[in-house]
Design a protein around this ligand. Sequence first.
Ligand SMILES: Cc1cc2nc3c(=O)[nH]c(=O)nc-3n(C[C@H](O)[C@H](O)[C@H](O)COP(=O)(O)O)c2cc1C
Length: 208
Amino acid sequence: MLVEEAIRSRASIKVFSDEPVAPAVIERCLEAAVWAPNHHLTEPWQFRVIAGEMRELLAQTVKASMLHDATGLDVAVMQAKALKERRGLLSAPAIVTVYSDTGADERATRENFAACAAAVQNILIMAHSAGLAGIWRSSRIYELPRVRSALRVHEAALFVGAIFLGYSLQRTVKRRRTPAADKTYWLQAEDFDSSYGDDGALEPRFTV
Ligand SMILES: Cc1cc2nc3c(=O)[nH]c(=O)nc-3n(C[C@H](O)[C@H](O)[C@H](O)COP(=O)(O)O)c2cc1C
């Protein structure tokens, strides 16, 4: 599959068959992930693969955590939430969570996170070109201390996404994008002429 075709035809898929994904295919996606650009070669990504029975164990950890934190809240509400999370976790045969290492300062942390986002896109594109479907999901459950502990993720690492992978049971997905031209401005020489107001302050000019 050509790169442009893979980028354009990838779509977030939410409904998967029960067919397991071969570990080798997931490994291929993760090998693609690590070729993402990353400043100072920090290689800030931490991947955790949760497949098969591990999803059920994770669902139990999530439930235990939710009930533990439910002080004063209706336990039945928390149980219903935990059940919903369990359904979500079991909806795809494999989940890859991506966490980002923090950096020496706020800027480095932000750059690490950006690198991890690029790694996620590599996973999605590689998965798509290998015939898999996927979706980047976010949920607070991946921030829970018990979940971090089970996943062996450092408490400071930033959660980037949970990538659900499997074989699609969805037919067509309607997708829409604003043309890039609507979000783009090509700079002109006059843009570099500073414009100052009467008080000498620089007047901001927003064109996009
Ligand atoms: C940071 C991030 C978090 C996302 N979290 C969710 C999510 O929790 N649930 C969901 O259904 N989709 C989630 N998505 C997927 C987007 O909804 C999806 O990419 C968007 O609808 C565009 O569709 P497409 O991927 O098919 O182009 C997330 C995407 C990103 C980038």
